[in-house]
Design a protein around this ligand. Structure first.
Ligand SMILES: Cc1cc2nc3c(=O)[nH]c(=O)nc-3n(C[C@H](O)[C@H](O)[C@H](O)COP(=O)(O)OP(=O)(O)OC[C@H]3O[C@@H](n4cnc5c(N)ncnc54)[C@H](O)[C@@H]3O)c2cc1C
Length: 388
């Protein structure tokens, strides 16, 4: 799993720094003030949605030829990281817009791209990703959702589970079995489903531990007619496109984890400089200093790994599957540890809703689970190591 030495591993250039500054301004002014309420009320962060649309950070990955701003993979990660630093739920807006639309970008015809990407780029329509089912989580090929041909159209029936921003997004990339007798994994096809399609409804919102501002719902298809020109790639190619998508988008979950951990580290650092016990600042105790140093060290290692993986995503390097999985797995484990330690550094105050640390700790947990659990990431990494 050697690094590609023909190119720099990654380079944060002036444009990336300018994007970080711009998105941090938006996040601080327009997203952070609502983060606690969004969590408390389990409501969609509409203020963040509007601010991200207004600043072109809603779906920054969409290429310029489809009316997007064409942010590269590293710039998109920086956007997600900076939003997650103040509100993880809101960071799922640009993250899931990339996840939902990347199958179209990677595998869709020019016609499908022209039909769906410009509205996403302009912020008129969000894009969700429908792969998982109740009985097909880690084992994606076990899905039951079916699409049967009917003339030039397809008739979609079944359900998808755990779909982020379901009900808010206008567009959904949905994976369905199109050849039930075909070879496992090669019998699945991807389609774009529109929110207004007849027979397409949503389940109740899941009641979750964290990312409470991001609605997670089932997609329910009751004989939904999908025109043939909404197919993404060729019949039977769907799962390959969906998994190739995840190689790229796992990097963005790594970025989300880095952002959450950064927010927690900053909050904890500020607190220990103020809090007095035994007649001095708790920051003056070496036990506290060592915790902070470890948190910052591991966070920086995670960030470097995510940025390397982002550069590999941008270049389409052959070892992206390893690096995408490693970055997501490592960064999410770091986010869980850093947020837990940040709660610890605030003592009892950290355990209350008076401070954002307990929210950050709850939000961090999901990064170890979605887009493939961290066990699944280790399977992906080991497969790369052992192949050949
Ligand atoms: C909040 C939230 C948002 C989500 N958003 C989306 C979305 O937008 N779109 C979408 O398609 N999906 C989404 N998901 C689904 C998510 O990707 C799955 O929950 C995840 O892949 C795990 O599947 P599962 O929940 O069925 O767990 P299971 O597959 O049932 O796993 C249960 C446990 O077994 C372990 N396990 C399973 N197989 C193995 C193995 N071979 N070796 C070792 N351990 C194993 C897992 O790691 C886990 O610890 C979301 C989930 C959540 C909770």
């Amino acid at each position: 799993m050697s690094a590609n030495t023909d190119f720099p591993l990654f380079q944060v250039n002036e444009d990336h720094e300018a994007i970080r500054e711009a998105v941090r301004d938006v996040a601080e002014a327009k997203i952070a003030p609502f983060a606690a309420a969004v969590d408390e009320e389990s409501r969609y962060p509409q203020e963040a949605h509007d601010a991200l649309v207004a600043s072109d950070f809603f779906a920054p990955h969409v290429p310029e030829e489809y009316d997007g701003v064409g942010a590269d993979a590293l710039a998109t990660c920086i956007v997600i990281e900076e939003v997650a630093r103040v509100c993880a739920s809101s960071s799922l807006i640009p993250a899931v817009n990339k996840l939902g639309s990347l199958p179209v970008i990677l595998g869709g015809s020019e016609e499908v791209k022209r039909k769906y990407l410009p509205a996403l780029a302009r912020g008129e329509a969000g894009f969700s990703y429908g792969l998982s089912e109740r009985e097909a989580g880690s084992d994606t090929a076990a899905m039951k959702c079916r699409a049967k041909p009917d003339g030039d159209d397809w008739i979609l029936s079944g359900q998808k589970s755990w779909i982020t921003n379901a009900g808010v997004s206008e567009y959904y990339t949905v994976l369905a079995v199109t050849d039930p007798d075909g070879a496992r994994g090669n019998n699945i096809t991807a389609f774009v489903v529109e929110k207004s399609d007849e027979g397409f409804t949503f389940g109740e919102k899941e009641r979750k531990l964290g990312i409470k501002g991001s609605p997670t719902r089932e997609l329910i298809f009751d004989n939904v007619r999908i025109p043939g020109d909404r197919i993404v790639g060729a019949p039977g190619e769907g799962l390959k496109i969906a998994l190739r998508t995840l190689d790229h988008t796992r990097v963005t979950i790594g970025a989300q984890a880095v952002g959450i951990a950064q927010g927690a580290l900053e909050q904890a650092t500020a607190y220990v400089k103020e809090r007095q016990q035994f007649g001095k600042r708790i920051a003056d105790f070496q036990g506290i200093q060592f915790m902070l140093a470890d948190m910052a060290m591991e966070l920086e290692a995670a960030r470097q790994m995510v940025y390397v993986a982002a550069a590999k995503s941008e270049r389409g390097d052959a070892d992206l599957p390893f690096f995408g999985a490693a970055a997501k797995c490592y960064a999410s484990d770091v986010a869980m540890k850093v947020t837990t330690d940040a709660v610890q550094l605030l003592g009892g105050a950290g355990y209350t809703r008076d401070f954002p640390l307990e929210r950050m700790m709850r939000d961090a947990k999901i990064t170890q689970i979605y887009e493939g659990t961290n066990q699944v990431q280790r399977i992906v990494m080991a497969r790369q190591l052992l192949k050949g």
